[in-house]
Design a protein around this ligand. Sequence first.
Ligand code: FAD
Length: 418
Amino acid sequence: MPCRASPKRPELLNFRLQSIKGARGLCLTEDTASRPAGVFWHSALFSMPLTADVIVIGAGIIGCAVADELSRKGRRVVMLDQRTVAAGATQASAGILAPYIEGHDLTPLLELAARSLTLYDAFVARAREASPAIIDYQRNGTLEIALDAAQSARLRDQEQRIRRAGIACRWLSQAETRDLEPALTEDIDGGFLVETHGSVGASDLSAALVKAATSRGARMLTFAPARRVSRPANTLRVDTDADVFAAPHVVLAAGSWSGQLPVNGIAPIPVRPIRGQLLSLARPTHPIHRVVWGADCYLVPRAAGGILVGATVEDVGFDERATVTGVRDLLDSACELVPGLWGASFERARAGLRPATPDELPIIGLSDRMPGLIYATGHFRNGVLLAPLTAALVAKLVEGDTSDPALRLTRPQRFGEF
Ligand SMILES: Cc1cc2nc3c(=O)[nH]c(=O)nc-3n(C[C@H](O)[C@H](O)[C@H](O)COP(=O)(O)OP(=O)(O)OC[C@H]3O[C@@H](n4cnc5c(N)ncnc54)[C@H](O)[C@@H]3O)c2cc1C
C-alpha cells in the first residue's frame, strides 16, 4: 500500500530527504519545503518503498522528455540515472532535426520522425518557459551536398519524391548552393535544401526538461543506477543500491543500456550500442548558417559561433572513447567540405552510444509480460528528433490509451515476448 507523508510531520519528511541526498550525491530536487505535503514519502524508516506514479529509468533526452510530459499531466515522477542528466548518447548528439534526410525515404521511421518534428516548436517553447538557460534551437533548414553527378542524381530523385509528399524543399545548382553557403568548397555539384529541418542543443534541452519536471514536484536522482525491475505484487518495484521504489508504472528509457537491466522474468530487450563520435570546433574563419551534409560528415552551426562535426557510426560494444582515427577522419571530411575549417580551433571530441534495435525503429510500448512496464528506448540515430513524440506516446500509455497508430510500429512485441 502506498505510504504517504503526514502533513503533520514535515520535519520528519525533511530529515529523511536530507539523509537521502547525503547518501546519493547530487539530487536536483532539493526544495523539500516547497514540495506539496504528501507527494513522496521515503518509507525505509518502515522498510517500505518510496512511492510514485511513474518511475523513469534513464535521464537522456528520452527520459527527460517523458518525465516533463508526465509531470505536466500531474503525475508524481521519480527519475533515476546511473550517471547525470544527458550523460549517455544525448551529450554526444548533434541534435539535428531532419526526418527527410539520411536515406529515411518514405519508411515507417519517416512517418514517426515527421510527426515528431511537428511537435518540436511547442516542445522547446515549454522547456524555455521553465528554464532561463539558453536552448540553441534553429529551424532554418538543412543542406545536403552532392559532390559529383552520381550524388546529384540520387539527391534530385529524393527531392522529387519528398516534394510530391508536400514537403517544402528545393534542388539548388552549384552557384545557388554556394550563394547560400559561401564557405563550401567549390568542388560541388549542387545541393538539396529542406527548409523545415533544423537543430537543437540536446544537452541544454534535456536539462531544461528536468528543471521543468522538478519544478512540478518530480524528483531527479543522479548516480542512482536501477539494479532490477520486478513486480512482486500489484505494483512495480525498482531496486537501487540505496533505496527501493514502487509505482504502478515504470518507464525503461535507459538507451543502449536498456537490455542490461534485469527485468524479472523477461528477456533483455534487443537494444545494442552503436558508437558515434562528434567534434566541436570553435572560431571558424568562414561560418556556415545551417546544417550541411556531405558524403562522409555533417556540420552543425551553433548559435554561439562554433561548429559541430559528426559523426562516426561504429559497432564497438560499450566503448565510449573518442579515438584518433575517428577524430582524424571527421576532420578530413569536414575540411574537404569547408576548407576554411582548417583554421578553426579544436575544442573537444565526444563519443556516445546510440541505442540501436534490429529494425532501426524505436521500441515504445507496454510490456505484455509485466503490466505497467513501458519501454521507451532504441531510438538509434533519431532520439533527439523523436523525443516529443515518444513523450506523448508514453503519456497516453500511462493514461491507458493504446489507440495511437504509431504504437503499432513501435511495439516491443515485434521482437518476441516482452
Ligand atoms: C554522435 C551522435 C550524434 C547523434 N546525432 C543525432 C542527431 O543529430 N539527431 C538525433 O535525433 N539523434 C542523434 N543521435 C542519437 C541520439 O543522441 C540518441 O538517439 C538519443 O540520445 C537516445 O536518447 P536516450 O535517452 O534513449 O539514451 P541516452 O542519452 O543514452 O540516455 C540513457 C540514460 O540511461 C542511463 N542509464 C542506463 N542504465 C541505467 C540504469 N540501470 N539505471 C539508471 N540509469 C541508467 C544512462 O546513464 C543514460 O543517461 C546522435 C547520437 C550520437 C552518438
